[in-house]
Design a protein around this ligand. Structure first.
Ligand code: HEC
Length: 149
């Protein structure tokens, strides 16, 4: 009986592993046709984005914020972050075979691949527009400034 259980759990963990290794289908992180980004005042979006960036409730299990990995100006970012969007990002090329991503796609991509959430943010949501605005105007600007020193 004990052996049956351990084989069952081995099969389960293999299934979980292959689901991760299989990556993120590119269509899951690509804006669906007919949807439009939320339009709002840029300063207000950036302010709301900052709250979301630090909010653990953004993750399904309530344990991880964007800021949990991206501590300070440079943590968990690679040199690709220097360039204006769209550009190639290693993790997105590897897991989704996307040649390049724009800023909102990168937010959605980290939602799935890094946060391990089941779903992306709604494509027309204020949350997506806010996180994208904050990511570009503040996080990317801080990264460039830190790297320029
Ligand atoms: C579990 C850790 C983790 C969490 C949580 C996380 N990320 Fe990331 N993120 C990464 C890693 C690793 C990379 C580097 C990927 C690469 O360059 O291949 C990255 C890269 C990025 C980049 C830069 C990509 C580029 O253009 O070079 C952005 C922007 C980003 N993440 C946004 C976010 C946002 C927004 C959130 C919250 C929704 C988030 N991340 C949460 C791990 C994380």
């Amino acid at each position: 009986m004990k052996r049956v259980i351990s084989i069952a759990s081995l099969v389960l963990s293999l299934a979980a592993f292959s689901a991760t290794a299989a990556g993120i289908p590119p269509e899951k992180v690509t804006r669906p046709e007919g949807t439009e980004a939320f339009q709002g005042d840029r300063t207000e979006l950036v302010a709301k984005g900052e709250l979301l960036w630090n909010d653990k409730n953004v993750s399904d299990n309530g344990k991880k914020a964007c800021a949990s990995c991206h501590k300070g100006a440079t943590k968990m970012f690679k040199a690709s972050f220097q360039a204006d969007y769209p550009h190639a990002v290693k993790m997105a090329t590897k897991k989704s075979k996307l040649a390049e991503v724009d800023a909102e796609q990168m937010v959605q991509f980290c939602m799935l691949a890094a946060m391990k959430n089941d779903d992306v943010l709604a494509w027309d949501s204020e949350d997506l527009a806010a996180l994208t605005a904050f990511t570009v105007d503040v996080i990317q600007a801080n990264y460039r400034e830190a790297k320029a020193k």
